[in-house]
Design a protein around this ligand. Structure first.
Ligand code: KIV
Ligand code: ZN
Length: 545
């Protein structure tokens, strides 16, 4: 039963006959159960407020997930409140609350979800020996009793009941079959098979799912769900393999946040099922164009950065760096892109301009920036581009414009240089900065107060240079290690002349910020000078009419 060993052109060929009819009855739709607000949230350093959870739930509804697991009502009054608020307001998805398989939890959960148009109680108990013996100190018979009583009680309060056999991935399969059969016979409408500690592999998990389908007589009376953790980096692979073997609900979180190494990432599951529909032959109702927006919301509200190379939603997931790849994508996007950036809600892909970029790519960017073919002397421009790229690393659009507009090295020289910076800030003091800048051989000094040391510094710079920028993003990276680490600040700012990116490096974060800001000011000043020169030239040219 190994995926990859059997034919992978038609996965359902490999399924036992009972399962095929089960799959057909599910119309080959996979239910997307989002547990960002429960399993994801419980792993955060500080918990979300009810208001923040509501914002996330609204976005999950826009994303069109089928089920939102809104929280664990008995765990705290705050969580109870958040689940009730979500149940009252959010329509569309099923609103689910978690409960251990004990009366107190199930009653609290029932109360919290009761105002939802589509409520679900999700109750669970540990079933592996390590959980039953060491954590719960119960025999298998006692666990079966708990399942019977708990599921029946939940069904008294709600028609939609999900049961989870916690740590199913390490549960003896015969006992697991018995637990699943009991839960279904007592009224569970969905039975979840969690790989709680991310221990299984795709082959192992497939075997568990196959055994359940083969041995549990009433399995066709419930939806089989999976819930995989990512401890060995296999959460997505395990979940998808389970789908290939008959599971029709996948539990997942946005950006894969969750306990330890996290849960299966929603965006990976949904996009894999969409991009490889030829393989999986199932679909979801998720509006994939909302993926990027949802990912950013979770990143910001949960204060959990997304690694740049994260599949689907990482900053580099749709960016191309090598010259060969950029050239390929320019000729035919599909050479190096298996899905469009638009399909997840991004405007376009990104081509990083570095010394590895080819002349074809550089020319294409210049044309995009509005230059005409005739204006571009590619051979000489590309040589200058390479020199600058070797010096600077990354080349932004504003650098290309400066390079295009400059005739001599002097044209590229900075107008303003930071000479002196003194900041005072701390608890109980108003952050103040004094800045001295040299321009055209003269020294200028200003002071300003601000919301913080960086804000005060940029305000003092603004006063000297007479421009005001709208900072769109501020990013700080430690580029060396230890206490004396060098920090690199990257600022993206908007000005009437366009969008500019500036970098600054220093062991002092405020100084690095000031340098990044000055980098932008110098770029704008350069562009203003170029524009002025062009206007003068235009005025000098005799009119053609
Ligand atoms: O990982 C797990 O087993 C869980 C259950 C509560 C479903 O989160
Ligand atoms: Zn979990």
């Amino acid at each position: 039963m190994l995926l990859g060993v059997k034919t992978i052109n038609n996965i359902s060929d490999s399924l036992p006959s009972g399962r095929e009819s089960f799959q057909k009855s599910m119309k080959n739709k996979v239910v997307i159960f989002d547990t960002t607000l429960r399993d994801g949230e419980q792993a955060l350093m500080s918990s979300l407020s009810a208001e923040q959870k509501l914002r996330i739930a609204r976005q999950l509804a826009r994303l069109k997930v089928d089920v939102i697991e809104a929280g664990f009502p008995v765990s705290s009054p705050g969580d109870f409140e958040a689940v009730s608020m979500i149940a009252k307001e959010i329509t569309g998805p099923v609103i689910c609350g978690l409960a251990r398989i004990v009366e107190k939890d199930i009653i609290a959960c029932a109360k919290a979800i009761k105002f939802s148009k589509r409520p679900r109680i999700h109750t669970f108990v540990g079933t592996s020996t390590i959980h039953t013996e060491k954590k719960l100190r119960k025999t298998e018979e006692q666990i079966i009793d708990l399942v019977q009583n708990g599921v029946r009680l939940a069904r008294k309060h709600c028609d939609d009941v999900e049961f989870s056999a916690e740590d199913a991935g390490r549960t003896g399969v015969d006992f697991l079959c018995k637990v699943v059969e009991t839960a279904i016979s007592c009224g569970a409408t969905t039975v979840n098979i969690p790989d709680t500690v991310g221990y299984t592999s795709p082959e192992h998990f497939a075997l568990i799912i196959d055994t359940l389908f083969d041995k549990v007589p009433n399995i066709d009376k419930a939806i089989i769900s999976v819930h995989c953790h990512n401890d060995l980096g296999m959460a997505t692979a395990n979940s998808l393999t389970a789908v290939s073997h008959g599971a029709r609900q996948v539990e997942c979180t946005v950006n894969g946040i969750g306990e330890r190494a996290g849960n299966a990432a929603l965006e990976e599951i949904v996009m894999a099922l969409r991009v490889r529909k030829d393989l999986f032959k199932v679909s979801t109702d998720v509006n994939t164009r909302e993926i990027q927006r949802t990912s950013k919301l979770i990143r910001d509200l949960c204060n959990m950065p997304v690694q740049p190379n994260k599949a689907i939603v990482g900053a580099n997931a749709f960016s191309h760096s090598s010259g060969i790849h950029q050239d390929g994508v320019l000729k035919a996007r599909k050479t190096y892109e298996i899905m469009t950036p638009q399909s997840i809600g991004l405007k376009e892909n990104r081509m990083n301009l570095t010394s590895r970029s080819g002349s074809h790519m550089v020319k294409s960017r210049l044309l995009n920036l509005g230059y005409d073919e005739e204006e571009i002397d590619l051979e000489s421009f590309y040589k200058r581009f390479k020199l600058l790229a070797d010096k600077k690393g990354a080349i932004y659009d504003d650098d290309l414009i400066a390079l295009m507009e400059s005739k001599t090295d002097d044209d590229l020289a900075d107008t303003y240089a930071l000479q002196y910076l003194n900041v005072s800030s701390g608890k109980g003091t108003i952050p103040t900065a004094t800045v001295m800048i040299k321009a055209d051989g003269k020294l200028f000094q200003e002071a300003a107060c601000g919301d913080g040391a960086v804000d005060a510094t940029t305000k003092a710079i603004d006063r000297i240079v007479g421009c005001k920028l709208k900072v769109e993003s501020f990013h700080l990276d430690a580029i060396t290690e230890g206490r004396e680490a060098q920090g690199r600040v990257t600022i993206v700012a908007k000005a009437p002349e366009g969008i500019f990116t500036g970098n600054g490096t220093s062991t002092d974060i405020v100084e690095a910020s000031a340098l990044a800001y000055m980098n932008i000011i110098n770029k704008i000043t350069r562009i203003k000078k170029f524009n002025k020169k062009r206007d003068v030239l235009r005025k000098q040219k005799p009119s053609s009419v």
